[in-house]
Write a protein that binds this ligand. Structure first.
Ligand SMILES: O=P(O)(O)OC[C@H]1O[C@H](OP(=O)(O)OP(=O)(O)O)[C@H](O)[C@@H]1O
Ligand SMILES: Nc1nc2[nH]cnc2c(=O)[nH]1
Ligand SMILES: [Mg+2]
Length: 159
């Protein structure tokens, strides 16, 4: 159960994706990138730009329903990536590692990288930029919006 939130801004996400791309230079060149939808799409676009990679495939796996985790379901296979040889898989984060483990089975020869990793998911990613605790829920920029916050003085008067 998540007990803290870590908010990631667009700027931070862009910086982290660039840092990941930088570290991946030594692992390439890659034939193509497989983005794990949906969270991996924007990181994959940034990394593809940095690595000058134009072949982008996607894989869609559903592991969460409304509240609970179900069995992973493959909604779209990454057909263009074969067994993954020469390909880079990108996701925004590995949490329990269920998604990464499932995708790695489909693309056993690919290199897996994520922006963020929680301890349980760490063994399933080859590279990541930042580790956060298992109890932290990451709020990505596409999940959030700027919100009006009342001045402290006004809050104190009315509460
Ligand atoms: O390591 P895990 O416990 O599997 O969690 C990590 C996955 O969960 C999130 O995706 P989600 O399934 O919520 O779908 P989304 O990318 O479409 O938002 C995230 O984008 C990762 O893909
Ligand atoms: N946005 C978001 N989605 C997740 N899916 C699994 N873990 C997380 C998380 O920490 N943040
Ligand atoms: Mg995802």
């Amino acid at each position: 159960m998540a007990v803290a939130y870590a908010t990631v801004s667009w700027d931070q996400l862009h910086r982290d994706a660039r840092a990941l791309a930088e570290s991946l230079m030594a692992r390439g060149p890659f034939k193509g990138i497989v983005a794990i939808t949906r969270g991996g799409l924007i990181p994959a676009a940034i990394i593809a730009r940095e690595l000058d990679c134009r072949l982008i495939e996607s894989v869609s796996v559903m592991t969460y329903d409304e509240e609970d985790r179900g069995e992973p379901t493959l909604l779209k296979a990454p057909s263009a990536a074969g067994d993954g040889e020469g390909f880079l898989i990108i996701d925004d984060l590995v949490d329990s590692g269920v998604t990464a483990k499932y995708v790695r089975k489909i693309l056993p020869k690919a290199y897996f990288a994520s922006l963020y990793a929680k301890p349980s998911g760490k063994p399933f990613t080859d590279s990541f930029v930042l580790e956060v605790s298992q109890e932290t829920w990451i709020l990505f920029p596409w999940d959030t919006a700027p919100l009006f916050v009342p001045p402290i003085a006004r809050k104190t008067l009315t509460s």
